[in-house]
Design a protein around this ligand. Structure first.
Ligand SMILES: O=C(O)CCC(=O)C(=O)O
Ligand SMILES: [Fe+2]
Length: 318
């Protein structure tokens, strides 16, 4: 199927957050500043990068996370369907005719132990402390890395003064996904092309590749995600807030081969009522204002009923 061919190896930047000793404690060091420049460049030029986290996430936690994800999807369909939400992309979704290989859960606020507990109790009324502990720990670590990436971007633009208020106005959703093996040995769509709508996303997966990114040049490239790395994606909310300086990469999942794919994305999003307004520092004669102020929740509601590749431009473009 020509439409889902993507043969080139991805040229997306690989940034090692572990080896150079880049971590929260190194903030302000030369290494931190150098990494901040690289993060910003990657987000400007590619809209995504591979973040090598190495020891920052213990191997035992990664293994637990994969087991927890599998255990969740192995639950009976009627149990999984108990997870419903009025918020877009949060309810359990399986058997969707557009993406028949895909099943997903969007779980709000798993970085908060009570929320992780409430979800766990819904799925396992008899309790499953290990599952609860795992999703809470993993999402918390992924949130922390999301914040580091955001801080680096703001510092690199010299506008770290906005960091605290930006962070205070965020929420997070942990999306757990399963992709079934495609029938008849053919490549098949796992997830349709889209840009993420939120601020930043960190993606974790098992050893089954499938993520593909559309480059600025218009080529779909496969992203080979090595063990010990996350993919970081810039979403529409950050693209808009940065007045288009950062790029939100279109991406999709293509399934091949005979193994199921599991992934987990920690989505950093603006609080629903938060108004996304371009700071004046991003506007000058070379960079005229591209987006009007808008509420994230309103944009998401618009998108859900007007799905389009150009949703951000149509909804908020000036
Ligand atoms: O499963 C993946 O790797 C990608 C998931 C994704 O792009 C999304 O949920 O927005
Ligand atoms: Fe995505």
């Amino acid at each position: 199927m020509a439409q889902i061919m993507a043969t080139e190896a991805a040229q997306i930047p690989v940034l090692d957050f572990c080896k150079g000793g880049v971590g929260l404690e190194q903030e302000g060091s030369e290494r931190w500043k150098e990494m901040s420049r690289k993060v910003r460049k990657a987000c400007e030029n590619h809209g995504c990068f591979l973040l090598m986290y190495g020891e920052l996430i213990p191997m035992s936690l990664r293994d637990e996370m994969l087991m927890a994800t599998k255990a969740l999807f192995d639950l009976p369909e009627d149990i999984k369907q108990k997870h419903r939400s009025s918020k877009p992309y949060c309810s359990y979704s399986g058997n969707c005719s557009v993406i028949p290989l895909s099943q997903s859960f969007g779980i709000n606020d798993t970085t908060n132990l009570n929320a992780a507990q409430a979800f766990t109790n819904l799925m396992w009324p008899q309790g499953n402390p290990r599952f609860c502990e795992t999703i809470n720990s993993m999402s918390s670590k992924m949130l922390e890395l999301n914040f580091i990436v955001l801080r680096m971007i703001l510092e690199s633009f010299g506008i770290e003064k906005y960091y605290d208020s930006q962070v205070a106005n965020t929420a997070n959703v942990f999306r757990l996904m399963k992709y079934k093996v495609p029938p008849n040995d053919d490549a098949a769509i796992g997830l349709v092309p889209h840009t993420d709508k939120n601020i930043l996303t960190l993606l974790f997966q098992n050893d089954v590749q499938g993520l593909e990114v559309l480059t600025k040049e218009g080529n779909w490239v496969q992203v080979e995600i090595p063990e010990g790395s996350f993919v970081v994606m810039v979403g529409d909310a950050l693209k808009a807030w940065s007045n288009g300086r950062l790029y939100a990469a279109r991406h999709r999942v293509t399934m091949r081969g005979d193994k199921e794919r599991y992934s987990a994305g920690l989505f950093l999003l603006p609080k629903e009522e938060m108004v996304i307004e371009v700071p004046q520092e991003f506007i000058d004669k070379d960079h005229p204002l591209l987006y009007r102020p808008f509420k994230y929740a309103d944009y998401l509601t618009y998108f859900v009923s007007n799905v389009s590749d150009d949703a951000l431009e149509i909804y908020a473009g000036v």
